[in-house]
Design a protein around this ligand. Sequence first.
Ligand code: AR6
Length: 173
Amino acid sequence: MRNKVEIMAVKGGITQQPDIMAIVNAANAHLTTGGGVAGAIHHAAGNDLFRECQDLAPIKPGEAVITKAYNLPNDYVIHCLGPVYGKNKPEDVLLAKCYTNVLRLAEKNQITSIAFPAISTGAFGFPMEAATGIAIKTILAELPSLKHVEKIKFVLFSQEDLDIYQKKLAEVQ
Ligand code: AR6
């Protein structure tokens, strides 16, 4: 089963992944715009996304909800609230829950490809190395239960972050 899922890391923007069915939003609890990933997603998707989100908010750290993607070149957005580092504890458990819950929602919706940003590593302050380890370990643990997801792409904003992901992926693949 594990060999069936393609896992990769690329440098780029989460809103520019047209080959992907569902992109993940590093959201805030109220599923409003904000900065970073959430700002880029809401800006690109348009006001209809904001409206759909209002019926689903608020969410708690580790939770995920799914919406349509509107003007984005994808079918769905899966919105996930990562932990604020130093505040929502235990941070590692809550961050792992994000990845697990996103994958479970993806499976429920028969999603075949998914793109993740590095949840919690921007405004929420989670150290990148530690967050990368949690993301990869959690996803690897979920692989045996995936029936629909065939492609998982990590989208990193900087070369430095991409290097961290590629190093960790090389250690496990
Ligand atoms: N594509 C891919 N990665 C990005 C993009 C993008 N367009 N923009 C930033 N990153 P953040 P968080 C990287 O702050 O830490 C928002 O204001 C960024 O370099 O988007 O979970 C929300 O409204 C970092 O590595 O998410 C929330 O209030 C990573 O994506 C809060 O920020 C995550 O950065 C969520 O904070």
